[in-house]
Ligand binder design. Structure first.
Ligand code: PA5
Length: 439
């Protein structure tokens, strides 16, 4: 079948197949915990059967809203952070032409960069734009600031009534400031289900709406995810999510505390950012968890390559290997051959890239870096859907193997409390007094 595959035979002798198989029982239990909602955090398992439960009518409705925004706006600003940003950004970037002069969707609210916001306001000056504001809690500071700015700007441009037709809110069914505002102003809304956490929400309107506005096929994305849902629901040797979860836990217990997600295709840069949130927020707790990081190869072979080859041996690599690129570029022959490149003249650039990948894998494995390889037939909606669900399912299994609750994120609150105290937010008077003594 034409779908993503996993290979875990190049593990640099760090763990044996038997050591991986030793996780079979706990991984099987984890799969049943997810299926039967008997593990920690079982209130947040809505993602597990999301692909198979999305209806054609829901997809059509999202596509209609996207078309409406797209037809009436030069550009749409998707406002959100973390799980309310990274999935859509990852898919849109993977599917877009990197050099397109204009993108239908731009993102805001994923930082508090004054220059970024100012430049975006300037970019929107002569454009008709719409806003998709995405926040599950409806109270997150970064997107709230961005939304206030872009909404005010839009209302000044078009008047409140016209602006309202171009604002869509994706938020909780009943809670949070954004829900209250949307209901008061009569904006079109989509609901983020209670039982789907931010980092698992890309296949809800959180991700699907900005992806559809960018012109991509969300039905194919969901179908890819659905196919992966079906093949990873049950335990077994052919469950690649289980194999990935077992392998990375075996490596972690053998001292490999850092996982580097590697791509050889710049289209997947933001996919790695999405993956970092998924695994970092899910597993980094109780003093445990693999540290997820990422590199773009071959670019970063010229910066991080030395460390990976010879630095502290606490790392392993998970490589996203794209089998077929969409385009063909052949290296030309040159009669003078002053650059000495004629030995690869006539070859496709992708063939050189593949040899870079193979050569790097052999070198890194020789250097003691275990290598897990995920092959992706090509970058399209279907395979991205498979990949998204594969990583989500594996994350749930892996977290349960690690004996943590993979579905909460208590640590994310600490910086917010301090920031609110420092900004003297009403209700934080005591924390303000305490933090001021420390600075
Ligand atoms: O995973 C999480 O829950 C967080 O990273 C959130 O995605 C992020 O904080 C955005 O939250 P919200 O959608 O509530 O604005």
């Amino acid at each position: 079948m034409n779908s993503i595959k996993l290979e875990n035979k190049n593990l640099a002798g760090v763990v044996t197949p038997e050591q991986i198989s030793a996780y079979d029982k706990v991984a099987t239990d984890a799969i049943y915990q997810i299926e039967n909602a008997t593990g920690e955090g079982s209130d947040f398992l809505g993602w597990a059967h999301l692909p198979s439960s999305i209806t054609d009518a829901e997809i059509e409705d999202i596509n209609n809203t996207a078309k409406n925004l797209s037809d009436n706006c030069d550009v749409v600003v998707a406002v959100g952070i973390g799980g309310s940003f990274l999935g859509a950004k990852a898919v849109n970037e993977a599917l877009s032409d990197a050099f397109a002069t204009s993108h239908k969707v731009v993102f805001a609210g994923q930082n508090i960069g004054e220059d970024y916001l100012s430049q975006l306001l300037n970019f929107l000056k002569d454009k008709t734009y719409g806003i998709i504001v995405i926040s599950k809690s409806g109270t997150t500071t970064e997107p709230a600031i961005a939304f206030r700015l872009f909404r005010e700007n839009l209302e000044k441009k078009l008047g409140k009534a016209e602006a309202s037709k171009r604002i869509v809110a994706v938020t909780d069914a009943s809670k949070g400031a954004l829900r209250k505002m949307a209901d008061t102003e009569g904006w079109k809304t989509y609901i983020i289900p209670d039982n789907v956490g931010g980092r698992f929400s890309v296949l809800t309107p959180v991700g699907l709406l900005p992806i559809a506005v960018a012109g991509f096929d969300i039905k194919a994305l969901v179908e890819g995810a659905r196919a992966m849902e079906m093949t990873t629901m049950k335990p077994g040797a052919d469950n690649i999510a289980q194999t990935y979860a077992m392998t990375r836990n075996a490596l972690y217990n053998a001292g490999k505390k850092i996982e580097i997600l590697v791509n050889y295709n710049p289209r997947l840069h933001y996919f790695a950012e999405w993956w970092k949130q998924l695994y970092g927020e899910s597993e980094g707790k109780d003093g445990k968890g693999i540290f997820p990081t990422a590199v773009d190869f071959s670019t970063d072979l010229h910066s991080m390559g030395q460390w990976i080859q010879e630095g502290e041996r606490t790392i392993f690599e998970t490589v996203l290997s794209v089998e077929c690129s969409d385009n063909t570029v052949v290296i030309p022959s040159d009669k003078d051959n002053l650059d000495g490149l004629n030995y690869i003249a006539g070859k496709r650039v992708d063939e050189v890239n593949k040899m870079a990948e193979l050569g790097t894998r052999i070198a890194h494995v020789d250097g003691g870096v275990p290598n897990i390889r995920i092959t992706i037939p090509s970058i399209n909606e279907k395979h991205l859907g498979e990949l998204i669900y594969f990583f989500e399912r594996a994350c749930g299994i892996s977290g349960y193997i690690l004996c943590i609750n993979p579905f909460n994120q208590p640590g994310v609150e600490a910086y917010k409390r301090n920031m609110f105290a420092l900004l003297e937010k009403p209700g934080y008077e005591q924390q303000t007094a305490e933090i001021k003594k420390r600075i």
